[in-house]
Design a protein around this ligand. Structure first.
Ligand code: 6R9
Length: 705
């Protein structure tokens, strides 16, 4: 463990000090979509009208009157008065423009079967399924939940919903039955599309059983459609009164369903994501702004063109798949690839074999995957012809320069620009990244903010930090792809994301520094003269400052640093969210799953450094007096987490302890638990009520490593 730890500390250091630059390859620049060197300036001068350039990539039924309405900030509205349909933009218009026979989706199943849908095929099936959904009773604005793995029926169902103006809520197939129930209840969703099962590493997983279990936790009636993915492998899948997807599509074969004209601000979909508190947040995205933004960023950053074969190797159950497997690429009329399985099945060159066979032009993945490829060795990509690649991208977490360079060399043959794209579920699309034909890449730094985005790094006082220093990433103006609210919870939307302050001196302790020991002991905080303030349940104080000339700033809860060229390096989350393999997990959600296990008294969950996953889940658990901490309890805890959230949250380690390290004011000192998990030198323990417990815990973790 200690060798790895040394290495990651060195790497972190290297990431911070990194100065190397990589120019865009000439061959790339010559053909790139966006090459206007002054685009950052022209967008800034012409803001917000600059966003017409994004809106122009779409076909509107009704032209918009105004680009931005900010009268009710932070409830901003984009392209108001305009109307359009997302499925029309992703399908019909390409068919009308002569693209009927161009491949829209190329799908590859884990066992090697392939399916290609042309734009014509895709439109037909989307219309049939849209007609079927209507027959089942789905009306405009009804939320339809899609609990499906990476099979073509998932984007088909999304587009069918979009066609009839029914927002979809996709629940990642790896999430548990409980997670499905929570999301369906929260969105009052009365329709579910799921499947019998799917393959993972060659095994058939029974997905329907999980869906049925979830449905038992839903507090209202639900109509269910089941896709038959496994054929004869699972024959008993159609229980009760569920509808068979194939039957429905056959019955509606040839149906023509006019795309419903949606107001630009009408909801396109909901996507639940982890936050600082237990309840997942239903992030609301709209039809006009979101589609314009994902189309624009696919065009400008990923350089997508209709004749490309483009592959984003993410899961559609996450925002990356929504924006950059489905909506962005299909709006531009390109060929988008989907792969059902894992990258090392049956062999560790599976992805590269797919790139070779399909002549993939653009490849977009997560750093955690790149670190796995690196660990497996370059012999796997080396045995394949990857010369079709023109651009590479990464998303989901910071990429360390070593992994960046490996990707550049062994996948891109030093001939493809890499875009390191920082963004979030809430931002809808990319926010901070280089433009591949314009900006040099600096490994480790995501890049400058995109044109039209005002990203700043500020300190705890809200002032811009000097280049080279770390602070909090803030976004200081709205953008078309932004979330509009949290479903049914406008107050939480304002509280969680927006802070009003009037002058740069306004002290905002919401911008807490997780690494400063003072902030652990909130009871010591002192009086701030002449300022209004509020305090939260953790004792954290938010000083609001004077309230004249208020501006709105959005806090994405990421720490970052900026260099003299304005390049931003994202350092990670400052809230209680762990990033495991690029997936956001709330520590509170995991803790509540653990304390739900009989015999458990208290739990603290933190993230620890992990070679491949970036971060891993570490759980520190106190059992009830009468419960002996043993293997049996450990297994129940792991099962509790898998049932409550899903296998993705499976802990790296469950550490039993008689006590948790606490400050004198009784707050759990998470920073120390993080240090233990990461194998770091332990920080200052002097403010602890029970300093001895940290050593005890550290010994246990070392012993099991
Ligand atoms: C798209 C997506 C968002 C969080 C975000 C940040 C981390 C994403 C990153 C990155 C450094 C990048 N993150 N991209 N950190 N560099 N290029 O991942 O959305 O699942 O909502 O996660 O992921 O911490 O705040 P989401």
């Amino acid at each position: 463990m200690s060798d790895e730890t040394d290495e990651s500390a060195v790497e972190l250091e290297a990431r911070l000090e990194e100065q190397e630059r990589f120019e865009p390859p000439e061959s790339f620049v010559e053909q790139a979509n966006v090459t206007d060197e002054d685009i950052h300036e022209t967008f800034a001068e012409n803001w917000p009208d600059c966003w017409e350039r994004a809106a122009d990539l779409l076909s509107w039924d009704e032209a918009y009157d105004s680009v931005l309405e900010d009268g009710d900030a932070p409830f901003y509205e984009w392209f108001t008065g305009g109307s359009l349909n997302a499925s029309y933009n992703c399908l019909d218009r390409h068919v009308e423009d002569g693209g009927k026979n161009r491949a829209a989706i190329k799908w590859e199943g884990e066992l090697g079967e392939t399916r290609t849908y042309t734009y014509g095929d895709l439109l037909n099936e989307v219309e049939s399924f849209a007609a079927a959904l209507r027959d089942l009773g789905v009306e405009e604005d009804d939320v339809v939940t899609l609990y499906l793995p990476m099979i073509p029926e998932l984007p088909i169902a999304m587009l069918a919903c979009a066609r009839i103006g029914a927002p979809h809520s996709v629940v990642f197939a790896g999430f548990s039955a409980d997670a499905l129930a929570t999301r369906m209840n929260s969105a009052d969703s009365e329709y579910l599309v799921t499947c019998d099962g799917y393959y993972r590493r060659g095994d058939a997983l029974n997905h329907k059983r999980k869906a049925d279990e979830g449905l038992r936790g839903v507090d209202h009636d639900v109509q269910t459609v089941v896709v038959d993915r496994l054929g004869d492998e699972l024959t008993h899948f159609l229980g009760n009164d569920a509808h068979d997807y194939d039957d429905l599509v056959d019955e509606h074969e040839g149906a023509s369903v006019d795309p419903v004209s949606r107001d630009a601000e009408d909801m396109l979909f909901l996507m639940y994501t982890s936050g600082t508190t237990g309840q997942p947040k239903g992030v609301k995205h709209t039809t006009g702004g979101y589609l314009a933004y994902t189309a624009w960023t696919s065009h400008a950053v990923l350089d997508v063109e209709p004749e490309d074969t483009y592959w984003c190797a993410a899961d559609i159950g996450w925002i990356t798949g929504h924006s950059y497997i489905v909506y962005g690429p299909l709006a531009l009329g390109t060929t988008t690839m989907m792969y059902e399985g894992t990258p090392d099945y049956p062999e560790r060159d599976r992805l590269w074999e797919l790139v070779e066979r399909n002549r993939v032009d653009i490849f977009y993945t997560a750093p955690t995957a790149i670190r796995s490829f690196m660990k497996w060795g370059e012999q796997y990509p080396d045995r394949r012809d990857l010369s079709s690649l023109r651009l590479l991208g990464t998303v989901g977490e910071p990429i360390n320069p070593r992994a960046w360079k490996w990707y550049y060399k062994h996948i891109g043959d030093e001939n493809c620009p890499i875009v390191d794209t920082w963004w979030q579920t809430e931002t809808g699309g990319m926010m901070v990244t280089t433009l591949p034909a314009i900006n040099d890449a600096k490994p480790g730094a995501a890049g400058p903010a995109l044109p039209g985005i005002d990203a700043r790094i500020v300190d705890a006082e809200g002032e811009r930090v000097d280049p080279g220093n770390a602070g909090y990433l803030t976004i200081n103006n709205p953008w078309p792809g932004m979330l509009r609210t949290l479903y049914d919870n406008d107050d939480r939307f304002v509280d969680e994301y927006w802070t009003e302050y009037s002058d740069p001196d306004a002290v905002d302790r919401q911008l807490r520094d997780p690494h400063s020991s003072e902030s652990e002991d909130a009871d010591d905080w002192v009086y701030f003269p002449e300022d209004g303030a509020k305090i939260d349940e953790d004792g954290y104080i938010t000083v609001l400052g004077r309230v004249d000339d208020v501006i709105n700033v959005s806090f994405p809860e990421d720490g970052a640093k900026i260099d003299e060229d304005g390049y931003i390096t994202v350092l990670g989350r400052v809230d209680d969210v762990i990033n495991v393999s690029g997936h956001r997990l709330g520590t509170m959600e995991i803790e509540s799953a653990i304390v739900g296990v009989p015999g458990v008294a208290e739990a603290a969950v933190v993230g620890g450094d992990h070679d491949v996953k970036g971060e891993a889940v570490y759980a520190y658990v106190i059992t009830e007096d009468e419960t002996e901490p043993n293997e049996d309890v450990r297994e129940r805890i792991v099962a509790g987490i898998e049932d409550g959230i899903g296998p993705i949250a499976r802990p790296e380690e469950v550490v039993f302890t008689p006590e948790l390290p606490k400050t004198r004011s009784g707050k759990i000192m998470r920073r120390l638990l993080e240090d233990v998990a990461s194998g770091n030198e332990l920080g200052n323990t002097s403010t602890l009520r029970n300093p001895e417990v940290v050593e005890e815990i550290a010994e246990q973790v070392d012993a099991s490593a």
